[in-house]
Design a protein around this ligand. Structure first.
Ligand code: MG
Length: 406
């Protein structure tokens, strides 16, 4: 990539109250295929190789909602929004100055199915333009209404529907937004146009719909996880040895014990097995490949982070965890008294109902290393619903399903 377009900061605008949607929770925080809408949106940018930071602009009263929806993700800042979208974007741009971006991507939180291809195309157009907007040609014939009747037919040639992310050279769009204070413009491209900037049109995506009604949410869910989804199962297995200590961490729950477990992270053998089971279901390597023990970042790490990462990877493929079953194998500590706390912890981590979360325990009848109380083993099975992959001459594409490419 050229230096012109790097580093790029994404500003996700989640300032809407979703009043058109009805209901107390704004649409960007509602669940879509098991994750909040805004989490899908944020993941698209966090996983994009050209995006270095992600900022989120929120209504101040949604602070707790936003932090819960994006828990565990590398969000650089939560910025309080303004009175309307335009003011919220300006607040985000002012905050983004701290990261000295060359370019900025301005994204609606309520467009969760934005694709890597769309983002790349818009960013790349900044090599020759001040701005770039993904757009789709208008294909329906346009009618003007007059008193409930057709008053005329408008030419649709050259007309496009603008989507997001709308991408700009940073300094130019910040100046344009400052100059546009007091004007009421419907998108950032309009702000750029008012300032005389050149804005390219790049390919949009029908799947990257803006969720405005409950029907849109349903449509997005069908695109992400269609009714003909496959049911797949992954398995995981892990062992950690006992060491000096006064507690062990299992399924995210600290359990007092006469010993601890040794390991680079918090040694949560149960969450490691479950993380591997989820990675197995989406055929994406193992926990060691994603979180190498040689990486000091994971020293003493909360293993819930590993699990969330696997769930996020699954979500980007449109996959949804629907059931998991963990078996802990040890003589001690006794698992039974802590089973419900572990299931509650798993519920918090996965968002699944308790009826889909199983924690079991067994011993090896004093045989082998678990029988000699040298360590704890865990095995896990994870069941996921996964969009079908199109097959072409038996080769499975790795990216999103064909239906999302349009
Ligand atoms: Mg482990």
């Amino acid at each position: 990539m050229t230096e012109i377009i790097s580093p790029a900061v994404a500003v996700i605008v989640a300032g809407g109250s979703g009043s058109r949607f009805g209901g107390p929770v704004p649409k960007q925080y509602l669940p879509l295929a098991g994750l909040p809408v805004i989490r899908h949106t944020a993941l698209a940018f966090l996983h994009h190789p050209q995006v270095s930071r992600v900022l989120v602009v929120i209504r101040p009263e949604d602070d707790a909602l936003a932090r819960a929806a994006l828990e565990g993700l590398d969000i650089a800042a939560f910025i309080p929004g303004g009175a309307d979208r335009q003011a919220s974007v300006l607040a985000g741009l002012v905050a983004a100055q701290a990261y000295s971006p060359a370019t900025v991507l301005i994204q609606d939180a309520a467009r969760p199915l934005v694709s890597e291809t769309m983002i790349s195309a818009a960013l790349n157009a900044l090599q020759t333009h001040d701005g770039a907007v993904p757009a789709l040609p208008v294909t329906d014939t346009l009618k003007r209404a007059e008193a409930g009747r057709i008053g005329g037919t408008l030419p649709r040639e050259g007309l496009y529907r603008a989507q997001t992310p709308q991408c700009f050279r940073f300094d130019a769009i910040l100046a344009a937004h400052r100059a546009a204070i007091g004007l009421s413009l419907t998108d950032d491209a309009a702000v750029a146009e008012a300032a005389g900037l050149t804005v390219a049109l790049t390919p949009g995506d029908e799947a990257a719909l803006k969720i405005t009604t409950s029907g849109d949410l349903h449509r997005a869910a069908l695109l992400l996880c269609p009714p003909d989804a496959d049911t797949v199962t992954g398995t995981g297995f892990d062992v950690h040895a006992f060491d000096e200590g006064s507690f062990v961490t299992l399924c995210g729950v600290k359990i007092p014990h006469s010993m601890g477990l040794s390991g680079h992270s918090d040694a949560d053998v149960a969450l490691h097995a479950l993380t591997d089971a989820i990675l197995g279901a989406i055929a994406d390597g193992d926990i060691g490949a994603h979180f190498p023990p040689s990486d000091m970042r994971w020293k003493g790490a909360d293993s819930g982070h590993f699990l969330r990462h696997a769930l996020d990877l699954a979500a980007r493929r449109g996959a949804r965890l629907v059931h998991c079953d963990i078996t802990l194998i040890c003589e001690a500590p006794k698992i039974g008294p802590h089973r419900e706390a572990m299931r509650a912890s798993l519920q918090k981590l996965t968002g699944l109902p308790l009826a889909r979360l199983s924690v079991k325990a067994t011993t090896t009848e004093k045989l082998g290393f678990t029988g000699r109380r040298e360590g704890i083993a865990a095995q896990a099975a994870a069941t996921l619903r996964l969009p079908p992959v199109a097959t072409e001459q038996g080769i499975l594409p790795e990216a999103m399903p064909e239906s999302l490419e349009e």
